[in-house]
Design a protein around this ligand. Structure first.
Ligand code: CNA
Length: 244
């Protein structure tokens, strides 16, 4: 495929100064639905509430019980394993061809696949903490409890993930912007680029941009290469073409 050859050449030319910025579409091949695809989480309404309203910081404070019933059913996939896209990105990093993975995902699959420099812009469902005393918990505290998970101090345990209407983890956006500014090539994949401020990262890039996404995004015009194919297939073929 001509596009694969072209992307492999762009990665070679960038000589290690390539950054990947991705979203939920990277993990759909691992069985985790995204938000905005036709069968994504946004395709259903929950009574009078939209998923976006439930997964917000203000809703969490107002009704943590309903938040947790939605969250456990729709956002937690403890049995999901890294797919071809995660594995290929880890291979690119090991080969010295990728400097960072910046992700909007909260599933921890890039780290599990072996990527070591991962910036989680929206935190992670694998990390949790008590809102009263700050004690840290793993995902089991949520999986092994019913209703609202509680700390030994009685406080509510919450995910260390950015909910809608909350600020990003301190410093994450700055670190990500530094990597993107230094990149000769930015590969953007599996994201509708509809969530801000994450989507604004593209504007820090003065190098080439390649977008790999099933559907068109509003930022396709900034890309010198756009590939509308499944990201796992594309990235694994790119690794083959690079012989890594
Ligand atoms: P989104 O808005 O749902 O967009 C996903 C995009 O990926 C869509 O444009 C799809 O066309 C595309 N896509 C889906 N599958 C593939 C595939 N196999 N290959 C290529 N493209 C594909 O999700 P965004 O990430 O843009 O939105 C950011 C939100 C989603 C963040 O706040 C995340 O926390 C949140 N989210 C994360 C997960 C996760 O951690 N796995 C799952 C669902 C939502």
């Amino acid at each position: 495929m001509e596009e694969i050859k072209k992307l492999a050449e762009m990665i070679k030319k960038a000589d290690g100064a390539t950054v990947f910025f991705g979203g939920a579409g990277v993990s759909t091949e691992s069985g985790i639905p995204d938000f905005r695809s036709a069968n994504g989480i946004y395709s259903e309404q929950y009574g009078t509430l939209s998923p976006e309203a439930i997964v917000s910081g203000s809703f969490f404070k107002r009704d943590p019980k309903l938040f947790y019933s939605f969250y456990r059913e729709k956002l937690l996939y403890p049995n999901a394993r890294p797919g071809k896209a995660h594995i290929s990105l880890a291979r690119l990093e090991k080969a010295g061809l990728l400097s960072a993975v910046i992700t909007q995902n909260i599933d921890g699959l890039h780290t599990e696949a072996g990527s070591s420099n991962v910036i989680e812009l929206h935190g992670s469902t694998l990390r949790n903490y008590c809102v009263s005393c700050g004690r840290k918990y793993g995902i089991d505290a949520v999986l092994d409890s019913d209703g609202i998970p509680r700390c030994s101090c009685g406080g509510i345990i919450r995910p260390d993930a950015t909910l809608f209407d909350e600020a990003l983890p301190y410093g994450a956006m700055d670190r990500a912007a530094d990597y993107v500014s230094a990149a000769k090539l930015l590969i953007v994949g599996g994201t509708s680029l509809a969530v801000y401020p994450a989507a604004s990262l593209l504007h820090y890039c003065s190098g080439d941009i390649c977008i790999i996404n099933l559907s068109a995004t509003g930022s396709d015009r900034y890309a010198s290469l756009t590939i509308h194919s499944p990201i796992g297939e594309v990235l694994s073929k790119v690794c083959e073409a690079l012989e890594i």
